[in-house]
Design a protein around this ligand. Structure first.
Ligand code: CTP
Ligand code: CA
Length: 225
């Protein structure tokens, strides 16, 4: 089959994809953020729609064209992302957490812009933990047979870290990327290994984010039965 010509094997399915990176505000003009572009999540949304799914794309701070035929929900913070994911997951067949979720947020939000004071050192920024959305949807399984997919960017012992993370999160599949100087962030391409809770290991060669997305949906379709 030529690329882009696919069986509508997700027809009748509702899939939820999170994309982008959360921003945790310090004051009205500043935030703690990350470098996720949202491209992998958008590729997952586009490919799922092309395979016939009803798609809810929950986008955190992305600057990408709206994909056609997809329900787009925009969020800012991890807490807002959690709300939107849990709501959409209620009747979803699959949930794919491609978003980069901030692990911590500032403990306090200053309603006015934080100002520097002459001759004074800055106050330290106190952080608190954000909820773990992937672990929560995995524990909840809002719908019987729901398939849940996480993403992880790792360094050092990438596979061992990935296996440990898959077990900790309780999801069905974990897409593990190796991060490096020019790899992953903002790039059009990706290279990954998809680990399964069943012990499976599917390497995906370096290529377009759409190709990785289609491998993810192939593995999801296998598990939907
Ligand atoms: N994730 C999430 N909620 C969080 C943090 C992460 O849902 N608060 C999801 C991400 O969307 C991703 C997966 O969990 O699909 C793995 O994210 P990662 O940051 O690698 O996991 P952490 O448990 O935060 O581990 P680490 O300490 O390595 O950052
Ligand atoms: Ca993290």
């Amino acid at each position: 089959l030529a690329r882009g010509v696919r069986e509508p094997d997700l027809r009748g399915r509702h899939v939820v994809v999170s994309a982008g990176g959360t921003r945790e505000p310090l004051d009205p003009v500043r935030f703690l953020g990350n470098r996720s572009s949202g491209k992998q999540g958008y590729a997952l949304a586009r490919t799922a729609a092309a395979r016939g799914a009803r798609v809810t794309l929950i986008a955190a701070n992305t600057h990408l064209p709206d994909p056609a035929g997809v329900d787009l929900v925009r969020v800012g913070t991890a807490v807002q992302l959690r709300e939107a994911v849990l709501k959409a997951a209620a009747d979803a067949d699959a949930v794919v957490m491609a978003a980069a979720v901030a692990d911590f947020r500032p403990a306090a939000y200053a309603t006015g812009k934080i100002k520097k004071k002459d001759g004074q050192e800055p106050e330290p920024v106190v952080l608190v933990r954000n909820p773990d959305i992937l672990a929560e949807v995995s524990a909840e399984r809002a719908r019987a047979g729901q398939v849940i997919v996480g993403f992880a960017a790792e360094t050092d012992d990438v596979l061992a870290n990935g296996r440990a993370k898959l077990a900790r999160k309780g999801c069905d599949l974990l897409v593990v990327n190796e991060v490096g100087e020019r790899k992953t962030f903002g790039s059009e391409e990706n290279e990954a290994v998809v680990l399964g809770a069943d012990g499976s290991e599917n390497p995906v060669p370096h290529g377009p984010k759409e190709a990785l997305a289609d491998v993810v949906w192939d593995l999801v379709v296998d598990r939907l039965g």
